[in-house]
Every structure is written in C-alpha cells, then in structure tokens.
Design a protein around this ligand. Sequence first.
Ligand SMILES: [Ca+2]
Length: 240
Amino acid sequence: MHSRIGLILAVLLVAGCGDGDKAESEPKADTGVEADQPNDTDDETEDDTGDAPSGEDIVGHPTFMSPHASPIAFHEGRVFVVNTPADTLDVIDAESLQVTGRIHVGVDPVSVAVRPDGKEIWVSNHVSDSVSVIDFDPTSLTHMQVVATIQDFDDATKSTRFDEPMAVVFAGNDKAYVALSSQNEVAVIDVATRSISKKLVITAQDPRAMAVRNGRLYVISFESGNTTQVSGCMGELDGD
Ligand SMILES: [Ca+2]
C-alpha cells in the first residue's frame, strides 16, 4: 500500500516537473508572444531574486561577538548602555525606563564611562579601534553628539596602534585610561587634547576591565592565570 502511494507521489512529482519545464519553455517557443505574457516573466524574475536582499534591505553588519567590559553606566537619572549590534549608545531615563536618546558611535561599542563631571560620555568601539567622545553638557550646542574620536594609527603602515579597546575609566576629569586588549597595554589619555600621552605595558594577556580607586589603576585581564594553554602541536605543554 505504502509503495503504491509512493509511486503515485513520484508520478505526480515527475508530472509537476514536466509541467514546469513546459511552462518555462512556452514563452520561448511562441515567438513574438513574450510581450503578451510579461507578467509571467516578471513574476519569475521576482521569485528568483526574492531571497537576495536588495541594497535597501541590507542593514548593519555581521555580528562580531565582541566581549564587554563595562557596558552600562549611570549618571544623574540617566542610564547609558552600549547597544553593540546597533553601534549606538542608548540613553535611558531611569524613572520612565524609556530610551530617550540613541547616539551613533563606532562599530561594536563594548564599554562606556561617564567623565566625573558628567559633561562627557566615552565609549570604546572594539572593532573600530577607537573611543567615541560624546558631549553630555546640557548647555552645549553639541549636546548628545560625538565631538571627538580617539584612535591611533601607524603613519607608515596605516595599521592601528589602538587595537581592540575594552574598558574606559577616568582618573578625574583630566585623565582617562583605555585597555587595549589585544596589545596588552593600557593607553593613558589626556582628556583635554584627546591625545595618548603614554601606554602602560600590562604583564598579563588581554586586559579588559579596569577601575581607579585611591590613586591606583586596577586592571583585570582575561587570559592570564587561568591555566589554559594552546598547544599548537609544537611539543610538550609546559603548564604555564
Ligand atoms: Ca582591530
């Protein structure tokens, strides 16, 4: 019984394919009548390209899976959240819980910090290799706008020297630190000039989170000290 149903289905499928071939070949066979059947042709064209997004449909970019260090900050009734896939910093009113602002920053924002005086919000962009400086002075004409982008390129190679920034922290209104996670360094930033005054070498791998307390900078690294090791098939593991 089952084999008979299967045979009937197979015949129907073959018949269907045959009809389809015939239908496709008909406009070609009937020379001069293609203009009389433009809808068929148009429909097929739309069907063929329906799965491919047009230029208007393409938005955003692939998900880079960037890690976060301190994606949320709070200041005077406002919550600042990095919206990593949207490449924005979202501002939420802490009372109404409504998103009251959305500021475009670089690709994959992962950390946010409020300058102690509350007049600037700094956002590190993990894929753009930059920090976006947002004016948050309510009396300023550029309130809620990016007013500077901090980055560092090698003049000769054009490659970044500010790679994969993670945490941003302030040591007062004049000095900030940015963890350059893939470089095992922390950039010291002069806030007034937006320039990198020096880089601190971190004796651990992948610095991510940071804090300033009582005149000291504390850095938490992701990779070191967790007893994992990549063998690379290069010999015995040394256990470090
Ligand atoms: Ca990079």
